[in-house]
Design a protein. Structure first.
Length: 377
């Protein structure tokens, strides 16, 4: 072979190598665990921001990149403290009370209102753009999670009443509120966010709108999750669900408590219509996420941590603690949909399953036929 031939052959070999690398199937071993983003975030270790009467911290796509469509805020309020009147322009707010007692006010665009007490295990749903407030009513500290159906949501982007008034010309504020300039000067000069000033909230029965004739909301935007039946109970594991079917006001968000006994699994499954956001209420567990193309990752979570599973990704949870584990799971769709691996296999003919898994029929016959969400240890 002459020199030109050698060069052409070498060039052809290099081109073949490059093409092979570029177009090699994903399942050929080119994708590893490190190519996937983290599906868990150590939210438990994030420091709290402290205010007079409460604390807060937040997680979203800005510090947990995979969580593109859901953000969360952990908040506490001391008795008599209030998360001031505000609204959210970019997301709805779905909440779960971990501990203590709260009182919410919610005002619709039609001027209708709901004033309600939400205790431990209770939920509320505030539609995007509706004005609301949250109070801690004691006797102890109220602890709750706020979940937003926009991963970019930040508490700093909240529209607060004191922030608005402080950044509007004083003469305009006076004209709007019917106050004198001296009275306007008594208002806060910056956002309050959380305040703890008298008077403290009284009994709910005595708490009314300031104006007469204000109509109540036709549909309740609070819900007691603890009253829901324990579904798919097996080996002590279960979940309690609040989708739009059970909680109609929450038309585009679903929440549930997932209870896992030691060593138990939430079976391998996926959600075809929604992303899933998880918060560890107690205990610990491992989360396995399958992202197609040979990509998968296992994460370990403990109390206070957060996880996120994108829509359609296969996943499973397994309790790794010595005691029960409880997980709050929230979906950005009001219609709860889930497809379990075992149920999927059970709905297919033996020929399909045996051929697909490349196993004898005798082995495929041993696979589960009953759908179940939980698998004991």
């Amino acid at each position: 072979m002459n020199r030109l031939g050698v060069r052409l052959a070498s060039l052809a070999a290099v081109v073949a190598l490059v093409v092979g690398l570029l177009f090699r199937p994903a399942w050929a071993g080119g994708l590893t665990r490190s190519s996937l983003p983290a599906f868990s975030y150590p939210f438990s270790g994030l420091p709290l921001v402290r205010y007079d009467g409460g604390t807060t911290k937040q997680v979203g796509s800005y510090n947990f990149p995979v969580s593109t469509n859901i953000a969360g805020v952990y908040m506490t309020l001391e008795p008599g403290a209030i998360r001031e009147l505000h609204w959210h322009a970019m997301a709805a707010e779905w909440a779960y009370v971990i501990e203590g007692r709260t009182r919410i006010t919610l005002t619709s665009p039609e001027g209708e209102v709901q004033i309600a007490d939400v205790d431990q295990g209770g939920l509320w749903y505030f539609p995007r753009g509706w004005g609301h407030s949250i109070e801690g009513i004691g006797p102890g500290t109220a602890k709750f999670l706020l979940v937003f159906n926009n991963g970019a949501f930040k508490e700093g982007s909240t529209f607060s009443i004191t922030d608005w008034l402080a950044h509007t010309p004083a003469t305009w504020v006076a004209q709007n509120l019917g106050l004198t300039a001296k009275q306007v000067d008594q208002l806060p000069k910056e956002q309050v966010y959380i305040s703890r000033r008298p008077p403290a909230p009284g009994p709910l029965s005595d708490t009314k709108p300031r104006a007469a004739g204000v109509k109540p909301l036709n549909e309740s935007h609070v819900f007691d999750l603890t009253t829901q039946p324990k579904q798919e109970m097996r080996g002590g594991s279960f979940f309690q669900l609040a989708s739009a079917k059970q909680f109609p006001a929450s038309f585009n968000m679903t929440g549930a408590i997932l209870h896992l006994e030691p060593g138990a699994m939430r079976a391998m499954h996926w959600h075809p219509n929604a992303d899933e956001w998880q918060y560890v209420l107690n205990g610990s567990y491992d989360l396995s996420v399958f992202a197609s193309e040979g990509q998968a990752r296992v994460s370990s979570l403990k109390q206070g941590d957060v996880a996120y599973v994108p829509r359609g990704y296969g996943h499973a949870l397994r309790n790794t603690s010595k005691g029960p584990t409880d997980v709050l799971v929230v979906f950005n769709d009001g219609d709860y949909q889930s497809i379990n691996l075992n149920d999927w296999l059970a709905t297919n003919p033996t020929s399909v399953v045996a051929n697909n898994l490349q196993i004898p029929q005798s082995l495929s016959d041993q696979l589960p036929e009953a759908n179940t969400d939980f698998i004991p240890q």
